[in-house]
Design a protein around this ligand. Structure first.
Ligand SMILES: Cc1ncc(C[n+]2csc(CCOP(=O)(O)OP(=O)(O)O)c2C)c(N)n1
Length: 625
């Protein structure tokens, strides 16, 4: 591995500026080595960062951060910026507990202007920052949004372009990082449009040259240019065709070779001289410089530990996503009304096989979760059975559509919520801890939260064939955890595991049931008996489950989600309407964001694993003895 001779000396962007041009290739090569070395151990986003090495170096040479500001869309490609802005020494802690975040964080560095994680926010945020500066009298500094062609497919990006394009003076520069890829191949009309812009740079050049030529005509130049610009004539269309971005009010510059620092620097310096908002179109290669990532950019988009020489992941276990994908294919085989929808997460949600087998029933809508839900509702309104597979954290985008377009009108949409619960090293922006509280507030909705694969399959079947309105099946990241030999997940509503007459009851749902089973055994070794009430349908809660729980003397509720609006609170409300006279204790996530750390570390910290359960229960029982 590299000695990082140049990189180790970079403490701030000033040091990047001081480098001689002849040193830049070596710097880029060291950055790539450092990225590969760190991500191979800690996991993370590799191919997006390998693709923006030259781009980030050029940005840090041409602009004066933090006086100038930068917003990285999604922020998964901000590792290089971190390395160049004083975080090289700590970079080995990337994505670990207490370490450097895998996304921009204002609390981490003055060079991170805005927190990101979810896509398509950068232009809005940058436009806001640019206006804030203007209002404070700063009219000279620049604000930059770096956004990928994938993230540009999100509606929010277009809302921001529409708004920002009307302001003639904003010192806003949008850098479109076009690598033709979202996580996998980018889809839709916008990427198709970019292809035409990319392959016709002569066209753009011709437009610029025509303008220059016309301006040289003494006395008439300005007039003719205005005429050409305003006119709707064929002449205009022939010689003066605008890009989509010009139509939005942006000055288009590009396409620029995103791996050529000189070309990038010229373009940035040119953009600085334009007072109108600028869209700078940069073409890069995702995974650049590491053969395996260039060949499989999607697999190296976000990856766990891997072997650098073989380009192979260190572990591959069968997870819920794959099991969901397989089950949906089996159902689709027998039922041609079943369709699958993804918002640019086909492989993450396990839909690759479906995509190949049932092309005409598979819809990748781009990074557009709001649209995905309403589009699915449109399908459902005409008798199709759509299933939208989405990560819990990204479903947050669709709250209004779930209420307004599905539940309110009895439109039967099935949502498969992947990565429900704690997700680990991606941290706060990606934790799947809000979906239950969010969905729990929507009337006319059913939510299933199984613990094992068989429960997931039965739930999916019920969601598609029994439910009549919004139906949600949620399951965690990763695979199945511990299951006692004498337990099968068969009841779609709820199960009681243990002695039904026991007066100490632990209530839970989802994967925490695995931890509860371990806790039950460990408590038994201490002479404490508990029974577990395991909910699978968490909304609506079965009245029989309440009837069972009301006889308990002590109830402990463990919930891997935010406490406010959660199932435990709901359950206790219902219990309060009975003659329940026992005590209850709720352990859930208390009005806080859960930081990056391994899933097991987070569950331990939150006291939601078997250790936490055993401690809480045994302490309380011993106190009362
Ligand atoms: C709202 C939302 N949905 C989905 C994702 C997951 N996601 C992270 S990066 C990414 C692809 C981004 O593609 P692009 O912007 O082109 O960046 P690239 O990785 O190609 O550099 C997706 C879908 C997300 N971060 N936010």
């Amino acid at each position: 591995m590299s000695e990082y001779k140049i990189l180790s000396g970079i403490k701030s962007p000033d040091d990047v500026k001081k480098l001689d041009e002849s040193q830049l290739d070596e710097l880029c090569s060291e950055i790539r080595d450092k990225l590969i070395e760190t991500v191979s151990v800690n996991g993370g986003h590799l191919s997006p960062n390998l693709g923006v090495v030259e781009l980030t170096v050029a940005l840090n040479r041409c602009f004066n951060f933090p006086k100038d500001s930068i917003v990285w869309d999604v922020g998964h490609q901000s590792y290089v910026h971190k390395l160049l802005t004083g975080r090289y020494e700590d970079f080995h802690t990337l994505r670990t507990k207490g370490g450097i975040s895998g996304f921009p964080k204002r609390t981490e560095s003055k060079y991170d202007d805005f927190n990101t994680g979810h896509s398509s926010t950068s232009i809005s945020a940058a436009f806001g920052i640019a206006n804030a500066k203007k209002l404070s009298g700063d009219t000279s500094s620049h604000t930059i949004a770096v956004i990928g062609d994938g993230s540009f497919t999100g509606g929010l990006a277009f809302e921001a372009m529409n708004n920002a394009g009307q302001q003639k003076k904003s010192n806003l520069i949008v850098v479109l990082n076009d690598n033709k890829m979202s996580i996998s191949k980018n889809v839709g009309a916008f990427p198709r449009y970019l292809r035409t812009v990319r392959i016709q740079p002569w066209y753009i050049r011709m437009k610029k040259n025509t303008e220059k030529l016309v301006m040289k005509i003494p006395g008439l130049g300005r007039y003719i240019r205005g005429f050409l610009k305003r006119g709707k004539s064929r002449i205009k269309n022939m010689v003066y065709k605008d890009t989509l971005f010009d139509c939005f009010g942006f000055t288009y510059i590009g396409p620029i070779d995103g791996h050529n620092i000189e070309e990038l620097e010229n373009a940035f310096n040119g953009a600085k001289r334009v007072s109108e908002p600028v869209l700078l179109h940069v073409v890069t290669k995702k995974g650049k410089g590491y053969q395996f990532a260039e060949e499989k950019p999607g697999e190296f988009h976000g990856i766990g530990r891997f072997d650098i020489d073989l380009g192979e992941p260190m572990s591959s276990h069968k997870g819920f996503s794959a099991e969901f994908g397989k089950t949906l294919c089996e159902l689709a085989e027998k039922d041609d009304k079943i369709c699958a929808i993804t918002a640019a997460m086909s492989s993450g949600t396990g839909l690759n096989e479906f995509e190949q087998k049932y092309k005409n029933r598979f819809f990748d809508v781009g990074i557009a979760e709001e649209h995905a839900v309403t589009f699915g509702c449109g399908l459902a309104s005409k008798g199709i059975r759509p299933v939208f597979a989405v990560y819990s954290t990204f479903l947050q985008r669709s709250y209004d559509q779930l209420i307004h377009d599905s539940a309110l009108g009895n439109i039967h949409l099935t949502v498969a919520v992947d990565r429900a619960g704690i997700v680990g090293s991606d941290g706060e922006t990606h934790q799947g801890v809000f979906d239950v509280s969010m969905l729990n507030t929507i009337p006319n909705t059913t939510i299933f939260s199984p613990c094992y694969f068989d429960g997931m399959r039965t739930s999916l079947n019920s969601a598609i064939y029994v439910c009549r309105s919004l139906a949600v099946v949620r399951y965690p990241r990763g695979g199945e955890l511990y299951r006692p030999d004498d337990y099968t997940e068969e009841n779609i509503s709820f199960d009681i595991y243990g002695n039904k007459d026991c007066k100490n009851i632990l209530i839970t749902y989802g994967r925490l049931f695995s931890y509860a089973c371990k806790a039950k055994q460990r408590l038994a070794e201490q002479g404490i008996e508990i029974a577990i009430l395991k909910l699978c349908t968490i909304k609506p809660i079965d009245k029989k489950a309440i009837q069972f729980a009301k006889n308990a003397e002590k109830i402990w509720f463990f919930e891997e989600g935010i406490k406010n609006g959660g199932i435990a609170r709901n359950f206790c409300d219902l219990l309060a309407m009975t003659d329940f006279s026992g005590d209850y204790h709720i352990r859930a996530i208390n009005d806080e964001f859960v930081k990056q750390m391994e899933v097991s570390e987070a569950l331990k910290m939150l006291r939601l694993d078997d250790d936490g359960m055993v401690n809480i229960i045994s302490n309380e029982i011993k106190e009362n003895d």
